[in-house]
Design a binder for this molecule. Sequence first.
Ligand code: SF4
Length: 332
Amino acid sequence: MLDQRDLIEMLKLRGNEQEQLFEQARKARESVFGNRVVVRGVTEIGNACRVNCEFCPMRRENTRMNDRFLAESDDLVEAAQSIKESGINVVFFQAGEVPQTTKMVGEAIPRIRALYSDDVEILLNLGNKTRSELEYLREQGADSYILKHETSDPELNARMRHESLVSRLKCMSDLVELGFKVGTGGIVGLPGDSLESIANDIMLAYEMGAHMCSFSPFVPAPNTPMSHVPPGDVDTTLNAIAATRLFNPEWLVPSVSALAKNKEGGQRRGFEAGANVLTINFTGERNSERYLIYGKNRFVVRRDYGTRLLDDLGLKAGPSVFVGSQALPVFR
Ligand code: SF4
């Protein structure tokens, strides 16, 4: 298995050596997944958050200033219907960290499972929740959960999120114990991070028993204390994606929209670096404008763009690898 030193060396590569790293990562991906990319359909369902992350425009201190929204269970079922009509069987709901999402999402899940005759993965990204809330969501039929640690450096984590890394990891181990497929990962370019801490991010994901691991470059967003911090380096992020793939070829590794926000063609390069997950956004126009994860000018991945991107790369859209028949004709 690769160790911290191997990972750091990979993170440094540029030019021809970087291309060779990407080629190895693509081969590792192909050996497990062939040319299939898992396609998710995400809907953003609420923009209030009790956490005060330094880098996020939806942080608690912005609550009054932001145009708040919180969906209802019926909205989630309606969104899932559109995702199903597009031939996607990973239904993904994402929101800021507020307790209200537990009941709202929990009530919608059985209805969505019925819509799909159970051939569906319900993926959630709703922040830290108590073990009993997670238990409830699992019983209602949630399959998977994304909870990024953002950085494995405890001091930097506390400075960026004003929360303890320990509480994040406790929630992550609850998720693993409850049988969720768990995704985690980091942000590249937080002030004070290092190649060591990025390598540790990958190793921590493995130690925690994660099934998915992602990296995104830091995006300076307006109305945050970090609006003037330089953006995270896309090449280092791409190398982190390739190193993640090589560390554990079986992980799901997304190529995220923030790569495209920081550099034209960045998301395409994520797939060239070995990523195998694409998330298509199904949030309606009005709520999409209010979901300020990288500020108002974020890059929103819609279906036509995703289809073209995969076609160009010679990759095929595929269904969930965790649940279902895995035979759903995807991406119509
Ligand atoms: S990054 Fe997530 S947890 Fe942090 S303030 Fe934004 S929505 Fe909340």
